[in-house]
Design a protein. Structure first.
Length: 415
């Protein structure tokens, strides 16, 4: 297969402290290892440092079946890269004094007051025991709520999610329907005692609607997306932008196949379920705007979105006892490796770079999406990287750690 670069790599001056020659090796690696071999159909890579774009490139195709070249403004399903935006939006309500991190979730969802912990049985015969303490708002933000995802496929609770059609990879039904269904299911564990990747951020989206008294998608649009200038970001690709939506692929035992055809995608129309956990489509430049706001300590281009002190709280490791994910996680799947990694309020955070065995800085923030998208923000180095592609599952290739290595290998100066 011959790859197509829709535009040559864009690089800036050397004031960013990165080697332009080494930055170009990122594209060489991605092209030779992934795009030309057909492992990925295409991708967009953006590296920002010290106030400028150091590297921006588009490789391969956004729609291989129709021969459509990838563009730097191609639209991607960012899936769980939606979670950090939802979490920051929720913290805006915390700043307003409308909700507190230690509030019980049942204060806002009364039907969840008597949720118990799984103690045996199957969906029709579940046995439960009382929780050690009520589920709190912070448990939703840091994934210690006891909720799960249907695709975990480890427990009878996961199976019940699948049977009821809730908490899957692609949201179905309505957000209110999800909340109602979860009211009848046990928790995997007592809140605060373990970490499990889950629908918790979708629940945060629901709570944003309840607490702000406006639809979640409207709150996110008016408080974050539009003010940040994320003009191509939303819960669907409207008709005037749909031609830029990339096709999504899946790795199967038979190879890479179409998972969601851009021409027939449900992402071309407004969804019934605006998923705060995974519903947005976006571009590399748009997502960079969010990353720049985080690098700016909650501020971007003169507008303060969130307090620097609140952002410090968001970025801290909130896993009980200061644990890392390797110690506390019981999740079969997440968007992060575990050793040396903590979790804050909507983001993973590096606690100890040597333990991770990949380059980075203590305190960097990151997450990814189900279609192998990825971003990280390194405040210590004034660095943000956005990588967008469309291949499910995100665990298919070690591309994220490889990308980290390539970017940090391009450093000629470190802060």
């Amino acid at each position: 297969m011959v790859s197509t670069a829709s535009s040559p790599p864009q690089t800036a001056s050397r004031s960013h402290g990165l080697s332009s020659e080494r930055l170009e090796l990122i594209d060489t690696f991605l092209r030779d290892r992934y795009v030309d071999t057909g492992l990925l159909k295409g991708c967009v890579t953006l590296v920002w440092r010290r106030g400028e774009i150091a590297h921006l490139s588009a490789l391969g195709q956004s729609d291989a079946e129709r021969g459509q070249a990838m563009r730097t403004d191609s639209l991607f399903r960012i899936y769980s890269m939606t979670k950090p935006l939802t979490s920051v939006a929720f913290m805006m309500l915390v700043e307003q004094g409308l909700v507190a991190l230690d509030d019980p979730v049942s204060r806002y969802i009364p039907a969840w007051k008597d949720l118990g912990v799984y103690d045996g049985g199957f969906m029709e015969t579940f046995r439960t025991r009382p929780t050690q303490r009520p589920m709190q708002i912070i448990d939703l933000l840091r994934h210690t709520s006891g909720l799960t995802y249907a695709f975990q496929q480890q427990t009878n609770i996961d199976a019940a999610y699948r049977k009821l059609g809730v908490g899957g990879g692609e949201p179905v039904g309505t957000l209110e329907g999800l909340i109602g269904a979860l009211a009848g299911l046990p928790l995997e564990f007592s809140p605060g005692t373990a970490w499990n990747y889950s629908v918790a951020t979708d629940v945060l989206g629901y709570l944003i609607g309840v607490i702000s008294d406006q639809p979640f998608e409207e709150f996110l649009r008016t408080r974050l997306i539009e003010p940040l200038g994320m003009a191509d970001t939303g819960f669907f690709a409207p008709p005037d932008k749909a031609d830029r939506l990339a096709t999504c692929y899946m790795l199967t035992p038979k190879g890479v196949v179409v998972y969601d055809d851009a021409q027939a995608s449900p992402y071309r129309a407004p969804p019934a379920f605006a998923s705060g956990g995974g519903g947005l489509v976006s571009t590399a430049r748009d997502y960079l705007q969010f990353c720049r706001m985080i690098l700016g300590k909650g501020s971007l281009e003169g507008h303060q979105y969130i307090s620097p002190k609140t952002l410090q709280l968001i970025a801290a490791n909130h896993l009980p006892g200061g644990a890392d994910l390797k110690t506390l996680s019981r999740s079969m799947f997440s968007e992060a490796a575990y050793g040396g990694i903590g979790f804050g309020l909507g983001f993973a955070t590096t606690l100890d770079p040597p333990t991770t065995l990949i380059p980075g800085s203590a305190g960097d923030l990151f997450w990814g999406g189900a279609a192998s998208t990825y971003f990280w923000i390194d405040p210590a180095e004034d660095l943000a990287v956005v990588f967008l592609t469309q291949l499910v599952p995100s665990s298919a290739y070690p591309i994220r750690r490889q990308l980290r290595t390539l970017v940090y290998s391009a450093f000629t100066e470190a802060n």
